[in-house]
Ligand binder design. Structure first.
Ligand SMILES: *[C@@H]1O[C@H](CO)[C@@H](O)[C@H](O)[C@H]1NC(C)=O
Length: 643
């Protein structure tokens, strides 16, 4: 019974129509103003080559675009912290949309003039395929598109700033046909209306202008395309029309059209592909490993009893043809020896656990439909909050591991756990932000937000982590299952794929295989600012990744121990963490195949953020690999008798 419920839950998230309403609906009276907010301009995949040409976003009111401001200047619209960190810059606009009232051809403001410089700037943005992002009643203004494979229609958030004609001319879209779907509802006394969908069809019109008598000419009859002259001034009039259409769709399902982002069939196919592969491999590996282990353990314990029977000196074991102890049992006196740099490893493990718990809970929340896209920035805010709160877990794990390693610099451990890794991440984030800021892009996180992040970090996260560490140090250390010898064993030279570098690359590739497909979709939606909503798939991928990481790390450790190399701790961590390296590598390949942008800043930004993500994945998967191996080592050495 439980299983079928879970399955139902899963499938409903897969069909991507399942979410709890995040915000209360707003109902408008007839002809009441429905505010239109503007967000930043973002780069998108251009139609002619399907490539991404930039990684920067620009403020809507960047002076070079000459978009009209409302009378008295535009104002910021309140946003959540997460939404700001992830790039949203929402502001008010002068557009007037009156509920359920069709209006054709209105001017947004008086004529504006593009000088040569802003013409150049804007033309460049058109060539790079920039998108305009508007919000009406919390819904993004979208372009209507047809799915290539299924022929289904869906809404793609944002619409283009301009078009590149077949002759290579850059046409600026200066007229907007706004189509709004609405739905009437009957409240006790009055009839009210709700916004269901927003679609914009932008057009380029050369001769639109405001006539002397105040009448607006939207240029439908003139020559169609407006091209900004890069030598002289070009006058431009921004115009728009609004069409309201009554639709039967209920408010609760208004996001469905937007969330159909990718064809789920392709997704299913590739996911099942990798799942079958992974399950098969992991299954095979564990069967072989289990059999080998069982044989080993039986042999070791038999050897012990043989030797106990034979106390007169000549070894019966050798006479019996049974070999002397070999393989992983030999290192029982060293396997629980403290690794090199136990402090650093503990700190990494603490932070890794923090990230692990955070991502796990976030993905679970998302799967349950709690992270509705209707709540802008809610996902990002949730991540920030969860990360902050799980500082306690990070501190605890770091302290407890460090104590189990026999570490003594506990003050340093408590202090560095919440400072070192978050500090590095924040530092890189800050540096990259300076680049963005210098570029004049709106992607730069405002200083006040930075300050808020630092405050949250020091006021909430650090104390929580310290408290966690304190509790961790109070607990008993986790003892090894065998006694560690005074003198370390000689380690034989490693050969073949057990050498450090090959083993690193081999261990990381499997978990990467499990997330590879999903990663592609996440990256596309991240860099093109599209809604990512395949949380069901994400959940499965996350699960697959954990299993493969754990399995490959255990396998690596088993081979290492059999080769009498007992330094498994760092090897397990780094080997499993190599998945992060592959994620970074994959980002570089994505750059080479899906992106064409020039300029040093863009490259620095892209590589910087990719490296940051790769590093976080490194810590995450490394931690998974380490703890899986830890459990494994405790288990196998706990099941043999050592005299
Ligand atoms: C507005 O115009 C559209 C398209 O021309 C039409 O379908 C719709 O009925 C009109 N709505 C109102 C409220 O007049």
């Amino acid at each position: 019974m439980r299983h079928s419920t879970l399955f139902l839950l899963l499938t409903s998230s897969f069909s991507s129509a399942f979410y709890l309403p995040g915000v209360a609906p707003t109902s408008y009276e007839e002809e009441q103003i429905v505010p239109l907010y503007v967000n930043h301009l973002t780069p998108g995949l251009t139609e002619h080559d399907d490539q991404l040409h930039s990684v920067f976003s620009y403020d809507y009111y960047h002076p070079a675009f000459h978009f009209c401001q409302p009378v008295g200047g535009s104002k910021d619209v309140r946003e959540s912290l997460g939404s700001i960190v992830f790039g949203d810059r929402i502001r008010t606009s002068p557009f007037e949309l009156l509920m359920a009232k069709n209006e054709t051809c209105k001017a947004v403001c008086e004529e504006v003039v593009f000088d040569a410089r802003s013409a150049k700037f804007t033309n460049r943005r058109i060539a790079q395929g920039y998108y305009i992002n508007w919000l009406v009643d919390g819904l993004p203004a979208a372009e209507s598109r047809t799915e290539r494979f299924t022929g289904e229609r869906y809404y793609n958030p944002g619409f283009t700033l301009g078009t590149i004609s077949d002759e290579g001319e850059l046409e600026l879209n200066n007229h907007f046909d706004i189509f709004i779907d609405y739905h009437p509802i009957w409240l006790p006394s009055t009839k009210k209306y709700r916004v269901i969908g927003v679609r914009v069809q932008p057009e380029s019109r050369a001769t639109s202008k405001v006539l002397d008598n105040g009448v607006v000419d939207c240029g439908e009859n003139g020559p169609p395309f407006l091209v900004l002259n890069e030598e002289t001034d070009t006058p431009v009039t921004w115009t728009y029309s609004v069409y309201w259409q009554e639709v039967p769709t209920a408010w609760a399902t208004r996001w469905d059209k937007y969330l159909h982002v990718y064809d789920p069939k392709i997704h299913w196919f590739s996911l099942i592909n990798s799942a079958v592969f992974v399950v098969f491999l992991v299954g095979m590996v564990s069967v072989i490993l289990l059999r080998a282990l069982r044989k080993d353990i039986a042999r070791y314990n038999r050897l012990d009893s043989v030797r106990l029977d034979d106390l007169d000196g000549t070894s019966a074991a050798v006479e019996d043809g049974i070999q002397e102890d070999s393989g992983w049992k030999l290192v029982h006196g060293d396997v629980f020896r403290c690794p090199k740099s136990p402090l650093l490893l503990s700190i990494l493990l603490g932070n890794g656990t923090q990230i692990f718990v955070m991502t796990g809970v976030t993905v679970a929340f998302a799967l349950l439909g709690l992270l509705s896209p209707a709540n802008r920035g809610f996902l990002a805010t949730t991540i920030l909050i969860l990360y902050t709160l799980f500082g306690f877990v990070g501190g605890y794990v770091s302290a407890r591991t460090y104590k189990s390693f026999g570490g003594e610099a506990w003050k340093r451990c408590i202090f560095l756990t919440p400072i070192l890794i978050p500090g590095m991440v924040f530092g890189i984030f800050f540096l990259l932000n300076i680049f963005v800021w210098a570029k004049g892009s709106s992607g730069a996180v405002p200083f006040s937000t930075m300050l808020a992040l630092v405050l949250i970090w020091f006021v909430i996260s650090v104390p929580l982590s310290v408290a966690g560490s304190w509790v961790g140090f109070k607990q008993k250390a986790i003892e090894g299952r065998t006694k560690t010898n005074q003198i370390p064993r000689q380690i034989p030279r490693a050969t073949g794929s057990l050498r450090p570098i090959p083993s690193l690359f081999l261990t990381g590739i499997l978990p990467f295989g499990a997330i590879f497909v999903e990663l592609y979709f996440i990256m596309t939606s991240l860099w093109t600012n599209k809604i990512y909503y395949m949380f069901g798939f994400l959940f499965l991928c996350y699960g697959l990744m954990i299993i493969t990481t754990a399995a490959t790390a255990i396998l690596l450790v088993y081979f290492l121990l059999c080769a009498e190399d007992y330094r498994w701790q760092w090897r397990a961590f780094a080997g499993a963490g190599m998945t992060g390296g592959y994620v970074f590598l994959n980002a570089l390949i994505f750059w080479a195949t899906r992106m064409t942008f020039g300029g040093l800043t863009g490259a620095v930004l892209y590589v910087g953020y990719s490296a940051l993500v790769g590093f976080l994945v490194f810590i995450l998967t490394g931690t998974i690999g380490f703890f899986a191996s830890w459990a494994f080592v405790h288990r196998i050495y706990g099941s043999i008798k050592v005299d």
